[in-house]
Design a protein around this ligand. Sequence first.
Ligand code: AMP
Length: 388
Amino acid sequence: MSLETKVEVADLTFADLGLHPDILQSVKDAGYTHPTPIQALAIPLALEGRDLIGLAQTGTGKTAAFALPILNQLMGGPRRSRALILTPTRELCVQVEENFHKYAEHSGLKTLAVYGGVALEPQTKALRKGIDIVIATPGRLLDHLERQNVVFDDLEVLVLDEADRMLDMGFAPQINRIVGAIPKYRQTMLFSATMPPEVEALSRKYLRKPHVIQVGRRSMAAIGVTHAVYPVPRIRKTQLLTELLKDKAMDSVLIFTRTKHGADRVVRDLQQAGIQATAMHGDKTQKERTRALEDFKEGKIRVLVATDVAQRGLDVTGITHVINFDVPQEPEDYVHRIGRTGRAESSGDAYTLMSPDEIAMVRTIERVIGQEIPRVSVPGYDFGTTAA
Ligand code: AMP
C-alpha cells in the first residue's frame, strides 16, 4: 500500500465507510474510534458486493473488515445460513464468532461457531433452528452438511479466512466439497497472510474479478492489539526479535528471558546485529544494575534484557513494549511483566515469542487471563503447527 493511501485512511471514521447506524453503534461499543487500514480499504468494496482478496495477518483488524460489511448486508432480516466463514482452527473459529457476536449485538442476527472435538448434537440443534452466519472449521462443517443439518441454499457471502493456513493443514479437499454445496452466485472474500501459488489457485477458482487489498507488515501490531503471540521455532527467536526491533516505534523495550545466561545471550546477539542492549539480572553488581536502569530510563539504551527476578520492583515508566523472549513459566509472571508497559491501552505493547514446546504454557496463560492472545504469523518464521 502506498504511503498516500495510508495518510488518507488515517482520518477516516467508521461512519464515512457507509455502515448502518446499528453497526456503527456496535463498533462504538467495541471502543473502536477509527478503522484500521484493512478495514478502511475493504469495507466500502465489500459493501458494494465485490469479491476481495485481503493480504493481512491477525492483528490488523481483518475480522471486522469482513464481519462488519456482512452484518450490514444481512440486516434486512434474519434468514437461514446466509453467510459462511471458513477458518483453519477451532481457536480462530471461536475468536471470529466472538467478534461477529459482539458486532451483531444490535442487529438481531444469529451466529454460531461450528468446530470439531466437541459433541455434534448442540451444534445440530442450533443449526436446525436457523443461524444467519455460520463460522466453521471445514471438517466439522462437512459432517453437518452430510447429515443435512444445514443447507446453504440462501448463502450470499463466503469468507475463506487464513486461506494459507487452511491449505497448509490439508483442507483443500474439504473446501472444494463445501464450495460445491453452496450457490455459485455469491460474494467471496479470501484472507491470507501470504500468497503462495496454492492460495492464488484457490482464489482463481472461487473468486470473481477480486480486488486485492494488501496491508503492510507494519500493521502486524495494529491498533487495539495489546497482546500478540508470535509462533517461531526456538532457534529462530533471535532473528525474529531483531526483525521486530527494526520497528522504530519501539522506543524503549523490556525483554524478558527465563535465565541469566539467556539474557546475556540475547544481549550479545542483539549487539552483534547492531542493536544497543544491556542485561539486567542477579549476576550483575548493584552498581551495574543501577547504571543499566538509569541509562534505560534516560533513553540512552533502547533495549533492556531482564530475568523475572530482576524485574521485581523495577519501576520504569515510559516502556513502550514488553517482549517475552521465553514464555513465562507462571501465568502470574505474564501478568506482572505485561503490567510494566505504561501504555497498556495503546497498540502492540506485549509480544510473546512462542516455540512449539511453549504452546501449552501459552494456553494456560490464556485460561488464567481469560483472554485469547492473537497469534501473529510472520511469513518465514512461523513453524506452521499452531493449529489445535
Ligand atoms: P484481528 O486482526 O481481526 O484479529 O483483530 C485484532 C484485534 O484488533 C481484535 O482484538 C479487535 O477487537 C481489534 N480491532 C479490530 N478493529 C479495530 C479498530 N478499528 N480499532 C481498534 N481495535 C480494533
